[in-house]
Design a protein around this ligand. Structure first.
Ligand code: C5P
Length: 239
């Protein structure tokens, strides 16, 4: 196959052009990073695991009416997605206290929140992705008030659905990050990935962490944790 133009390279993925202007190819990399790139490692097989898990979750969401940029998985570590322009916001949903929420606010990790909350972070590595308010989103012209409401409603709806999927496989969805993009017609679509890199996933019985915290906190083998999630979701370990 003719090598197509690399459009963008991020910490975990590369985006390539395709013959079709409205479609791009995403290649999941084997690199793991944490603390805004301060901690790095090559983890063989991670790209494939995140591609498989994200593809499965986007397909499951599609079946219940949640559209995303996902078109299809085309190889072990690649998928085709609709080209969107990413809104530079990380939309985080939290069901339980953990991570930066616990650190910033002094709440014990694992405490169930009285309701699920949505936070916005500015997607900017050079600034360390700071937490921002709706008013910051407004004055920085990142999204309109209607779009903010749409993003929050979509994030909470996706949270309800994903929490259900994970409960069925014995996993608690502690928190997660979504990204959204706009297509050529200005429609907002769920984009990026949903994987153990972007979610905190704890075994319901044992509370074992089955997500990137295994890498961030040196808790063991990242591939084992991601393989557990993939197999419980019904995915194939080896293709
Ligand atoms: O670090 P923090 O507690 O704010 O992360 C909340 C959730 O968002 C976690 O599931 C984490 O994996 C995800 N996240 C992410 N990418 C970032 C920051 C957070 O996927 N840049």
């Amino acid at each position: 196959m003719e090598e197509q133009a690399l459009l963008y390279e991020g910490k975990a993925k590369r985006i390539y052009a395709t013959g079709n202007e409205s479609v791009v190819r995403v290649q999941y990399k084997d690199s793991a990073t944490a603390n805004n790139g301060e901690k790095k490692a090559e983890v063989v097989g991670k790209g494939r695991l995140n591609n498989e898990i994200t593809s499965l979750l986007f397909l499951k969401l599609r079946k219940v009416g949640i559209q995303s940029h996902f078109i299809e998985k085309i190889s072990a570590s690649e998928q085709l997605v609709k080209r969107v322009s990413i809104i530079p916001l990380e939309v985080v949903v939290r069901n339980f206290a953990a991570g930066s929420f616990s650190k910033r606010l002094g709440v014990e990790e694992g405490k169930k929140l009285s309701k699920s909350i949505v936070e916005f972070y500015l997607k900017d590595d050079s600034l360390g992705d700071p937490l921002i308010t709706d008013e910051h989103v407004d004055v920085l012209d990142l999204a309109s008030a209607d779009e903010v409401a749409e993003l929050k409603a979509a994030a909470l709806k996706i949270n309800d659905i994903l929490s259900g999927f994970f409960t069925e496989i014995g996993v608690t969805l502690i928190d997660f990050k979504l990204e959204f993009g706009k297509d050529a017609d200005g429609n907002i679509l769920l984009a990026d990935e949903i994987s153990p890199d972007t979610c905190r996933l704890w075994d319901i019985e044992t509370q074992q962490k089955l997500d990137k915290d295994v890498f961030r906190r040196d808790l063991g083998n990242l591939t084992d944790a991601y393989e557990t999630i993939l197999t419980r979701l019904g995915g194939q370990l080896h293709v």
